[in-house]
Design a protein around this ligand. Structure first.
Ligand code: LLP
Length: 463
């Protein structure tokens, strides 16, 4: 639910500007379970805990800013996807959302597969023991080295993204004496209801091969003639942070009609279709995401219905949720530094991180929630903008939110739903040290990605 930028509004809840703002929650101390990880709760002392550990203790031990991931929640969400899709379908977690070796192990244990889109993601995934045949390799410009490695280690599938890549992968596979299982990524002409930068299935963009003008059918024809390739199916990914199943419905219908065309033209029934990722999560209380079992049911029904109509065997379905698994399971913990009230406008709350640990607000106009987590407060709500410490006025973490008006330097605040595309898109802008990721479970916390140090920065700078 993206709202467009708007002029700053007044500072207090009782004089809200017109339009855009959601009124403050009746009680700012209450944590909406929709946006917080499952084990996050406010303790009797007033502070917040996750996995049974108080955030003040976490801040003390691991410092701020830091990402804390609720391992039990992560596993539960992964399992929910796996269970919802059952044995006739595959769930590939999209590693781009957040990837670390611990997470790969959790996914392996919970029976999920993994989608990678770079040599770095492939290496990380393999090094944590994920069997290669459970890995899908994506990307619109995979290098020859990446393709060679993927084929050598035996990835389960490579998703072909262009006519050139069909030939490139076939050639490399053949020269290695292998036949590589592949899917062809098609663009189905659906523009998902989301921010333009993260919509990927309309035609004027870099991914996939268009269904339009028979291009995808031609790609299938070519792939079927090449010895180095075993074409197992068609792939479609229509965008990100999608709530409405209508886009998936259109995509599934179009992919199935391509399968029917392939059957008619080549006598081949391709056994799989992958409908990609992109399912939305709740960043604020206004968002209403679908549950995995609803999504599985809806997708299964659409595909089955379309296949029956086309008299095709129902293919094996796969999906690639990234954000929907990891997004809600983590929050970023910050310490409040400067609190700057701008009379008649709003209060700027500066924290010890910023656009280097969460670029999504600056890049996509993304919305987030925020809460005071080191204590409760009965002070009246004030309209705030949570900003970072970078030398850039667009360095905004939470554009519009309400925090108690007695907020002070040293308070801890947390931004929920930062598990996806925050650490994975973090940068060293202003030579910031990227924060650690700490997994918390059953009263124990352990670093799964450590904080960068100044030595790390100097190690890369060879002088
Ligand atoms: N499969 C493919 C082929 C993808 O390209 C993506 C995301 C996914 C699956 C996973 O999508 P998810 O379920 O996580 O939405 N950086 C942006 C999102 C870019 C996603 C790119 N591809 C963001 O922060 O919103």
């Amino acid at each position: 639910m993206s709202r467009s930028a708007h002029p700053a509004g007044p500072r207090h809840a009782d004089v809200l500007p017109e339009g855009h703002y959601t009124a403050p929650a009746a009680d700012l101390n209450v944590l909406d379970p929709k946006v917080w990880a499952q084990t996050v709760t406010r303790t009797e002392s007033g502070s917040v805990s996750v996995g049974g550990i108080d955030v003040a203790d976490l801040a003390e031990e691991f410092g701020t800013p830091a990402y804390f991931v609720d391992e039990a929640d992560f596993r539960a969400r992964a399992r929910a996807w796996r269970t919802a899709f059952g044995h006739d379908a595959d769930v590939f977690y999209a590693g781009k959302a957040f990837l670390s070796r611990a997470v790969v192990r959790w996914l392996h244990e919970e029976g999920l597969n993994l989608d990678v889109c770079s040599g770095g993601e492939l290496t990380t995934t393999l090094s944590a023991g994920m069997p290669a045949d459970r890995i899908a390799f994506h990307g619109n410009n995979k290098s020859v080295e990446e393709i060679t490695k993927a084929i050598e280690v035996g990835v389960g599938r490579i998703v072909l993204d262009s006519f050139q890549e069909i030939v490139r992968v076939a050639h490399i596979a053949q020269s290695l004496g292998k036949r590589q299982r592949v899917q062809i990524r098609v663009t189905v002409g659906v523009e998902a209801h989301t921010h333009e930068f993260i919509a990927t299935a309309h035609e004027d963009q870099k991914f996939g091969i268009a269904l339009a003008d028979g291009q995808a059918a031609e790609a299938v024809r070519r792939a079927l003639t090449l010895d180095g390739l075993e074409l197992i199916g068609i792939h479609s990914h229509i965008g990100s942070q999608i709530f409405d199943m209508a886009g998936f419905e259109v995509a599934a219908r179009r992919v199935v009609s391509l399968l029917a065309q392939v059957r008619d033209e080549h006598g081949v029934e391709l056994p799989e279709i992958d409908l990609g990722g992109g399912l939305g999560i709740a960043y604020t209380s206004d968002d209403d995401p679908r549950e995995p079992h609803e999504i599985a049911k809806a997708l299964g029904e659409i595909v089955t219905r379309e296949c029956e109509a086309a008299r095709l065997r129902t293919p094996r379905i796969s999906v690639e949720p990234g954000r929907a698994i990891v997004g809600p399971t983590a929050f970023t913990l910050y310490e409040v530094g400067t609190v700057k009230p701008l009379e008649g406008l709003r209060t700027y709350v500066s924290v010890d991180g910023g656009m280097s640990d969460n670029i999504r607000t600056a890049l996509y106009d993304a919305e987030y929630s925020v809460a005071l987590v080191s204590r409760t407060s009965d002070a009246e709500p004030m309209l705030v903008r949570v900003v970072g410490k970078h030398c850039e006025s667009g360095d905004i973490v939470v554009k519009d939110a309400f925090l108690p008006s007695d907020l002070a330097p040293g308070d801890l605040i947390a931004v929920p739903a930062t598990g996806a595309y925050c650490r994975s898109m973090a940068s060293n802008y202003n030579h910031a040290l990227r924060p650690p990721v700490v997994a918390v479970r059953d009263g124990e916390a352990r670093v799964i990605v450590r904080r960068e140090t100044e030595e790390d920065l100097l190690r890369l700078d060879v002088g």
